[in-house]
Ligand binder design. Sequence first.
Ligand code: NAD
Length: 467
Amino acid sequence: MKGYKFYEQVNAAFDEAAAYTKFDEGLLAQMKICNDVLHITFPLERDNGKIEVIEAWRVEHSHHKLPTKGGIRYSLTVNEDETMALAALMTYKCAVVDVPFGGAKGGIKIDKSKYSLEELERITRRYAFELMKKNFIGPGTDVPAPDYGTGAQEMGWILDTFRQMSTDINAEGCVTGKPIEMGGIRGRTEATGRGVYFGIKEACDNKDDMKELGLEHGIEGKTFVIQGLGNVGYHAALYMEEAGAKMVGVAEIDGSIYSKDGIDLAKLMEYKKETGGVKGFEGTETLADSSAVLESECDILIPAALENQINEGNADKIKAKIIGEAANGPTTANAHKIMKKRGALIIPDNYLNAGGVTVSYFEWLKNIQHVRFGRMGKRFEENSYKRILSVIETISDRKFTETELGTLAKGGGEAELVDSGLEETMINAYNQINELRKKHDVDLRTAAFINAINKVGLIYDRMGIFP
Ligand code: NAD
């Protein structure tokens, strides 16, 4: 990734879209810039007693809405430029899916596999403490979430650290993606991948757009290749498979595999757990290296690992007609141009992976409301449906079975309401950006940026610049 400037790439996409909006140059500059950039270093005592210096960041890109929101990444690739780029993407992503947060991002520069669980806990808690000391975390200030290399476990440690030092009644809302028992929400773990699926499905259901690509409409029967079988990649693949799409290729760190007859996801996950990788999985061909499979024959390519994976080196060899950007920044600006010229439909990251932040928003709402979604209405809904069904039974000869009653008279619990809210969000946002794409004759990425700039710009414009 040497020489790769992620923040510059995000800003280039912003500039391209800004030309289609009517905002003043100064206001556009304010929208692009990162409001606060925090670089921290702190000592870690390793299990063997040695001291090591840990480097970390938190960037709040835009305060036009509060709190700011964005994941925390654990990876050796973490640096200031990457964190700034990801924080900026968060602002635009939240705007595209109408989630009322400013963008932020955090990261710790570590290779997670080199530390014990106890060491990771010490690193995470110290990071949370540093954020708190500098006012970079809080339910109304800045709310982290999981990202590459982190999950519910780390979010739980962060909440616990925060709570030890705060009596805020809304403390649970200081972080999202927490374990359910600690105020998390059903559906958050799978949310990003589920959103990726809803987004790709919406694109595939558009008959005219699919005809332009020379594809049948609908997701069923389409072949796909996925890069990265982590949280996002695994869940995206799972829902794609459930909907009848066929996974023909997988890339992981250790290598990549292909089979035109399809790869069984559940069996592959078991194999990955046993062997630590995907190479050599039964019934598949192991390719030359981990990125080779990106170039293989398929309808949909889903990069779900890291940025800069589709670049000038491989863009012209990629055959997929649809690129579903599940990861943040997987395609460089030049690679985008190359694939667009060939007629590919690129569903951009700043829309497609917004399922995570959407459900994080629901979790935060649950935390500050102090009530689980569905608690007040579920039983009431069920009883109303049952009354309607019993009227139907009395005016007709139809007698519903217990199983039928169970499905027909089901009220919305937390899991159902979250899933339906996520689906609604992803469908609405896709149609908003697809309309803009057609109106301005641009690609979906530019359309998503136009959409975001218009929404964020209007707020800056209305609030004026305070002294
Ligand atoms: P993760 O750590 O759970 O999984 C990443 C997977 O990618 C791992 O299995 C890893 O082995 C694999 N990988 C890494 N480098 C690879 C390579 N070169 N080739 C093939 N596989 C490789 O991370 P995640 O949470 O799934 O995040 C993946 C991407 O999605 C990141 O870009 C992240 O910013 C983005 N994202 C995540 C969320 C979320 O809720 N977790 C939300 C929005 C966006």
